[in-house]
Structure formats: C-alpha cells, structure tokens
Design a protein around this ligand. Sequence first.
Ligand SMILES: CC(C)(COP(=O)(O)OP(=O)(O)OC[C@H]1O[C@@H](n2cnc3c(N)ncnc32)[C@H](O)[C@@H]1OP(=O)(O)O)[C@@H](O)C(=O)NCCC(=O)NCCS
Length: 143
Amino acid sequence: MRVVELSAADTHDLRRRVLRVGTVTTSVDFDGDDGAVHLGVMVDRDVVAVSSWFDRRHPDRPALAGVQLRGMAVEPSLAGTGLGSLLLAAGVERMRSDGAGLVWARARDTALDFYTSRGFEVFGEGYVDLSTGLPHHDVIRLL
Ligand SMILES: CC(C)(COP(=O)(O)OP(=O)(O)OC[C@H]1O[C@@H](n2cnc3c(N)ncnc32)[C@H](O)[C@@H]1OP(=O)(O)O)[C@@H](O)C(=O)NCCC(=O)NCCS
C-alpha cells in the first residue's frame, strides 16, 4: 500500500462511484483540476483512495495560505480500514511542507466526525451543497 501522486483522470472512477451516487450533478470534473495536486492510495495496481488539493484560500481566512481538499473518496469495500486516515495525514503533511497555512474542505455532514477526529474544526453554519444536494459544513485545520 502506498500514497502516490495521481493525474486528475486517475481520480474519476472513484469520484464517480463514491461521490456521484444519487447526487444532483454527475460530473466528476472539478474546477481547477488541472492545477491541483491529486494524491491517492494504491494497492498493487489499483487506486483505492483519492483526494485532490487545490491552492485556494478560505473566503473567511484570506490572510492564510489556504489549500482546499476536495474529492476525498475510498473504495467502498475498504471503507473503515484506515485508508482515508492515511491519505488525509499524507496530504496534510505534503501541504504543510509546500508552505500551506491551513487546509479546509466543504465536508459532507456524514463525514464530519472523520474530519473532526483528525484535527479539523467545524467552521460556520451548515448549508446544502448545490452540486450534490447534501448537507455540508466547512471544516478547517490550521497547519
Ligand atoms: C469518509 C471517508 C473518506 C473516510 O475514509 P475511511 O478510509 O473509510 O476512514 P478510516 O478507516 O481511515 O477511518 C474511519 C473513520 O471514517 C468514518 N467512516 C467510515 N466509513 C464511512 C463512510 N462511508 N462515510 C463517512 N465516514 C465513514 C468512520 O466513522 C471512522 O471515524 P472515526 O475513526 O472518527 O470513528 C470514506 O469512508 C469515504 O470515502 N466515504 C464516502 C465519501 C465521503 O463521504 N467522502 C468525504 C466527502 S467530504
């Protein structure tokens, strides 16, 4: 098992199967994908977890060099086995070494505990994300 850098296209299969089931939009292309860092976990030749990291300040914390984490998804049959934690920790360390001051995400409410147990704080009021139709909160981790 190893954390590797991926292309945007490498993330599409998991984005589609995990993040675009029953959602308002089915698109797996994210704005800014071309300039983002895409990190994943590979087991043998299979991509089993993906995440994408965008150089984007949080609108309410513009003074800090922000990175937005998007598209965090783990192969469903392997959910709960530690892959998401491994990838999140590796990505945060990579962003810290690249000079980021904070990492933030628009987190699904179903995943809030995952983030808050791993150093993130819920920030602001909840909202319904338009592309998925699902309830979300922003989460922030200062680095
Ligand atoms: C959320 C997710 C990235 C976590 O990765 P993971 O590899 O399953 O998580 P780990 O095994 O490292 O850690 C387990 C934690 O994830 C949570 N988790 C497990 N399966 C989950 C699921 N299907 N959805 C949300 N959270 C889940 C567990 O509650 C556990 O939390 P705890 O340790 O604080 O009690 C992954 O389950 C997933 O892809 N979920 C569906 C898509 C999603 O919600 N992505 C995040 C969008 S913001």
